[in-house]
Ligand binder design. Sequence first.
Ligand code: BTN
Length: 329
Amino acid sequence: MSNLLFPVLSILADGKFHSGEEMAKHLNVSRVSIWHTLSDTKKLGVEVFSVKGKGYRLSQPLILIEEDKVKRAIGEMANLFNVKVLEVVGSTNDYLKKEVTNGFPHASCVVTNIQTNGKGRRGRQWQSALGENLIFSFLWRFTKGASALSGLSLAVGVALIRSLKKINIHKALLKWPNDILILEDGIYKKLAGVLIELQGDMDGQSAAIIGIGINLNLSKKQNAKIDQPATSLFHWLDEEVNPNDFLAVIIKDLAEVLAAFEEDGFGKLKEEWLSYDAFHDQVVNISSGDRNIIQGRSRGVNDVGSLEVVTLDGVKTFASGEITLRRSE
Ligand code: BTN
């Protein structure tokens, strides 16, 4: 990938036309290098329009994620976090997983502008495109082993809802264990997803790689690639929110919730999680990995974050991770 890609995208970010000559002059490079860089954008799924006599422009203005902007927005707590902004990466989770073994610090956030091979839960792909999603992974090192972390993914959902409330989104709900949904015209649409990968011992120390993807402004093209109803943050905002500022809010909320989780486990966050439960007291289908479908009435979660469903055979409990939850028709 050309190292001019992001300097060029920064110029085009205003959504206006810029000629190749102007960009070349500004970046002190040849027009041919600009042309090569622009042909790279296609490979990364970034659409750049060109009009003879006017130059190049993006389909819409773009706000890039930049390290200094995120840190400035975090404010006085910025030195507690290690923020690493990538231009392009396969998957922020995979990147962070490698860095964990290289000693990457606790409370690191790896955020990327373009993710080319995003991973979702249960082996799915996570679709994203430049400027349309906020994509990052957060590292939290626990002194406890992985076996003591049940309910962690639900705690992360609580942190995200708190952050959304801070930017005046009060309609977001949680689908167990941690999908963020918004109900629109009777349909639950996914706003964000969380993929947590754990490293380390079951009993000793462990590290959680908490991957989060939030739809900011999905284009029709991108939305069509997603295999479930999806919605975008910008659709629900009255005032514009800069993704750099929003990421800073999330980083602080995540740290607060994770510290509380480490101290007291999920139990103390349970009531809050239940207050955001999209499917509380609704009839649901639970399908586990072996595709068994169990129907029952969801009665929320217990102190370790397992889902409790009242079925004809009594109350069944489902542990986090292998279950899909669907609203019955
Ligand atoms: C889901 O299936 O709902 C989970 C989606 C998680 C996507 C995020 S985007 C950042 C991080 N990197 C990845 O490859 N996946 C997660």
